[in-house]
Write a protein that binds this ligand. Structure first.
Ligand SMILES: C[S@@+](CC[C@H](N)C(=O)[O-])C[C@H]1O[C@@H](n2cnc3c(N)ncnc32)[C@H](O)[C@@H]1O
Length: 243
């Protein structure tokens, strides 16, 4: 086990302030173009005041992707995050009436109705949650608020032990990949080129597949995403749909 890793406290205002500025070009170039066709309406109507798709985003962070979807894809997002401090940063910098910033309720449920959403997403969230029971609870809530057959997309870390300039997965000195359940560092690059260290946990593909099935999802595909310039894969895209 990594000697210096403790659970990341996402509600810490200093951590939230730093995370809100992280450089996310890799997400924009690699993850977003793969996600958008899965999550948005293929036949947009652009009705005045009415979004074409209503997304649930778990672990939305400040809401950069939600802002992009509102601006370019006529999509509203219920942007769920446990960190009030991260929501505050998002609200100050990314203002859009179609980003509904949401905190989970005290019992972990979401203040959303059944079948309210047309698609769901979690981008670099599940890897930061240690307990499989917590992942299952989140996925079960996602299933509840999704309409039947709606898509769910998960972005999880790609090749561990790699440095992708803007994202580093794993300790550069590590000699082996973490074992299932073991923590490892994920470093996000900030504008001054420093790295913000956070803790992630290795979940085996079998465990995530099992949790998806138990929450009421049918797994469609697990696909490594490569940057347009090629090379190693910084992200893995999981696609599933609500049963
Ligand atoms: C690595 S960040 C990803 C943020 C955003 N999706 C992005 O790609 O920039 C993880 C986010 O998940 C949030 N988070 C952590 N645990 C959570 C939970 N159990 N439920 C909802 N959000 C959570 C954190 O506050 C943080 O904003």
């Amino acid at each position: 086990m990594h000697p210096r890793l403790t659970e990341t406290r996402w509600t810490d205002p200093r951590l939230a302030a730093a995370y809100a500025t992280r450089l996310d070009l890799l997400d924009r170039d690699t993850a977003w173009p793969a996600l958008t066709p899965l999550l948005t309406n293929p036949e947009p109507r652009h009705g005045l005041g009415r979004p074409d798709a209503v997304l649930l985003e778990l672990g939305s962070g400040p809401g950069h992707y939600a802002g992009h979807l509102a601006e370019h894809h006529w999509t509203a997002t219920h942007a769920v995050d446990i960190s009030p401090a991260i929501h505050r940063h998002g609200a100050a910098t990314i203002r859009d009436a179609w980003i509904h910033r949401t905190l989970p309720q005290r019992d972990g449920t979401l203040p959303l109705r059944r079948c309210q959403c047309t698609a769901a997403l979690a981008h670099l969230l599940l890897c930061h949650i240690e307990q499989p029971a917590h992942i299952l609870a989140l996925l079960t809530e996602a299933r509840r608020v999704l309409r039947p057959r709606s898509p769910l997309a998960l972005i999880e870390p790609g090749d561990l032990g790699r440095d992708f300039q803007l994202l580093r997965y794993g300790d550069p000195d590590a000699t082996a990949e973490p074992r299932p359940g073991e923590p490892y560092p994920v470093d996000y690059t900030l504008p001054d080129a420093s790295r913000l260290r956070t803790t992630a946990y290795r979940h085996s593909p079998g465990l995530l597949a099992d949790l998806l099935a138990r929450a009421g999802f049918h797994l469609d595909e697990i696909r490594p995403l490569r940057p347009p310039s090629g090379g190693a894969s910084p992200f893995t895209l999981w696609t599933a749909h609500a049963d």
